[in-house]
Design a protein around this ligand. Structure first.
Ligand SMILES: Nc1ncnc2c1ncn2[C@@H]1O[C@H](COP(=O)(O)OP(=O)(O)O)[C@@H](O)[C@H]1O
Ligand SMILES: [Mg+2]
Length: 184
């Protein structure tokens, strides 16, 4: 499993199945800057995972954090098929993250996992803390782009039930859609 920024490997730690996410070197960057960026992103991602868990959102438990790697619980399962229930649940999870001031940064079905019948959010690699309406709207819009209209409606339904301030965010989502349309 290898993305552009990180390598995920499976291992075990004190008898637990773990996933180790290691940020890989970018040789086109100056070594010191590269190390600094990877260290910062690793720390930020671990912090976001931890805060998401405190906000009641299912995500992997962080077990160990090193300079460039995060060791977390391995989720047995796969990316979910986004049927209505999964969409509603994903909406609720994103709303709970937003309520806690957490922006995921890449909220799409490939960054969700279904394990033991539960939905988990993974990959906070592009996440950050913010209460900005625009940041939240982009998170919502990112998922909508990955879903068909019916699934999108279910996702929004879930989002509304968990974010008391959904009105401003969803209004901004409509503006983002318009902006994208006119930019094309
Ligand atoms: N805790 C985990 N348990 C099981 N699989 C995982 C876990 N974390 C990541 N993966 C797998 O590795 C892939 C890439 O991980 P991710 O954190 O999304 O990295 P990237 O930033 O490269 O997208 C995921 O899509 C998923 O299949
Ligand atoms: Mg990912």
């Amino acid at each position: 499993m290898r993305g552009a920024e990180a390598v995920i490997s499976r291992g075990s730690l004190i008898g637990r199945d773990v996933a180790v996410k290691e940020r890989i070197r970018k040789t086109y960057r100056i070594a010191e800057i590269d190390a600094k960026l990877r260290r910062e992103r690793t720390r930020a991602e671990a912090r976001l995972l931890h805060r998401a868990k405190l906000a009641g959102v299912d995500c992997p438990v962080v077990l160990e954090v090193n300079d460039f790697s995060i060791t977390m619980d391995y989720l047995h399962g796969s990316h979910p098929e986004m049927k209505a229930v999964e969409c509603v649940r994903a909406g609720q999870m994103l709303a709970a993250l937003h309520f806690a001031g957490i922006i995921h940064g890449d909220f799409t079905p490939v960054n969700l996992m279904k394990s033991k019948g539960r939905l988990f959010v993974i990959d906070f690699g592009l996440g950050f803390f913010s209460h900005d309406v625009e940041d939240k709207a982009i998170d919502v819009y990112t998922m909508l782009k990955a879903l068909d209209a019916k699934a999108g409606t279910a996702f929004i339904k879930g989002y509304k039930t968990r974010n008391p301030k959904h009105g401003a965010v969803l209004k901004r989502v409509e503006e983002v859609k318009m902006r994208v349309r006119y930019a094309q």
